[in-house]
Every structure is written in structure tokens, then in C-alpha cells.
Design a protein around this ligand. Sequence first.
Ligand SMILES: Nc1nc2c(ncn2[C@@H]2O[C@H](COP(=O)(O)OP(=O)(O)OP(=O)(O)O)[C@@H](O)[C@H]2O)c(=O)[nH]1
Ligand SMILES: [Mg+2]
Length: 239
Amino acid sequence: MKNEVYIIIPTYNEAKSIPFLLGQTVKICLEHGIDEKILVIDDNSPDGTARIARDYKENYPHIIEVYQRKEKLGLGSAYRFGFSKALQEKADYIIQMDADLSHNPRSIPRFLETCKNSDLVVGSRYVEHGRIKNWSLPRKLISRAGSLYAKNVLTLPVQDTTSGFRCIRTSCLRTIAVNSIRADGYGFQIELLYLFWKHGLRIKEIPIEFTERRMGKSKFSKKIALEAFLKVLELRKSN
Ligand SMILES: Nc1nc2c(ncn2[C@@H]2O[C@H](COP(=O)(O)OP(=O)(O)OP(=O)(O)O)[C@@H](O)[C@H]2O)c(=O)[nH]1
Ligand SMILES: [Mg+2]
């Protein structure tokens, strides 16, 4: 029997947060009657994230799937992998979520409710009631500037263009040929959003409270920021 919702969680060195995140997510879904499958897509994390997630899976063998890939292939590649699984299994909805507890699984029911009447729901730090907790001012400024840059250059109808907490109507991924997306990191999120918009699909934004990771290390890098910057220009040119 198919699962209605695929929750896709890419991981790289998230050993400390993954058990808590999985526990919370299963709990919230149970409380709200959500029929979910959770896909942990790990890139052979040196800290043993995949092993810890597999141990946790023993508690919920029919809900959690852990995929351990051979090497670090990037966030975009992990999502493409997860999307193809959700498409194969004909899941109705996909939730995209980070593993570092920046995204609160308590928001999942609100994403799904909103997605009933839309194709992509973006969890936003930059709409009314959206919040960022524990980020330094420079980090806030970089993120806000990056989001505004993509929004304005590509004329996107969304404030938080780089947000990685989202809900997708799975069938739309056939329309936009998701494997054509090549970017990783923020570039991936921007390109995906751009393709939904370009194809005239319905996009909504809901407020989220985003919390700075308390455990593990950020993978934010100049390389990822530069890739996203160039990706926006490339998409603009191709328009
Ligand atoms: N499978 C896989 N997951 C990745 C890779 N890089 C990052 N991730 C995961 O993608 C999610 C987002 O990465 P973060 O390091 O939190 O990056 P970020 O949210 O942009 O940066 P911070 O806000 O500083 O945390 C986390 O769950 C990471 O573990 C990768 O190469 N492969
Ligand atoms: Mg993060």
C-alpha cells in the first residue's frame, strides 16, 4: 500500500540530531493521522548518521527508510534521489526537511493542509509571523539578501526563496522534469521554485519558526553561496 506523504531528510554528519528528529516526526504524524514514510538519505557520513538512523528504524520498520550512498554527492542529488522514490511509489505529497532541527516537524500538518489547494508550499522566515531564532545579525543579513536577490532577479512570487522546508504535490515533479535540476545547496531550492513558477504551478508561502542548529556543523560555504548566485543569473538568461 502506498504512503500518502514522503518526508525526505538529506543528512551529512547529523548523528546527534537524527534520533530526536525521527522520534518527533513520527509522533507528530501519529497525532495528526498522517500516513508517512520518512526517507533519510545519507552520504556516508563519517559520524555514523546512517547507522544511528538504521538503529532507530528498528522501532518503526514500516515508516523509516535509510539510504546510505557511497560518497558525498550533495544536497540536490539527495533530493533528486528522494523525489524519484516518491514518484515511483506515487506518494501524494513530499515534505522537504533539514535534519539539524532548524525545521520543526510540528509544522508538517500545516504544510499538508495548505498543499491541498496548491502545488508547492514554502515555509517562510520572511512573511508575517515567520521567525529566525538564534542567528547572528550577519547570518540573517546574508540569508535575507540572498533570498531577495533571487526573488527580484527571477521575479518569483515568494519572499523566502532559499528555504529548505517545503511541501510538494508529487505529481508536479513529472511536469517539471526534476532531473533537469543540476544545482546543489541553496541553488537547488531556488531552481526548483523557479521551475514551479515557470510552469504556472500554484505556490503558497506559510510562516515558519526557523531555529539555528544546536548540534553538528553547518555545511553553508562560500562555494554553495557562489553556486546559488550564478544559478540565478543562468536561470534569468535562459528565460
Ligand atoms: N545527503 C546529503 N545531505 C546533505 C549534504 N549537505 C548537507 N546536507 C544536509 O542538508 C541539510 C541542510 O544542510 P545544513 O548544513 O543545515 O545547511 P544550511 O541549513 O543551509 O545551513 P545552516 O543554516 O548553517 O544549518 C542538513 O540536513 C544536512 O545534513 C550532502 O552533501 N548530502
Ligand atoms: Mg541547517
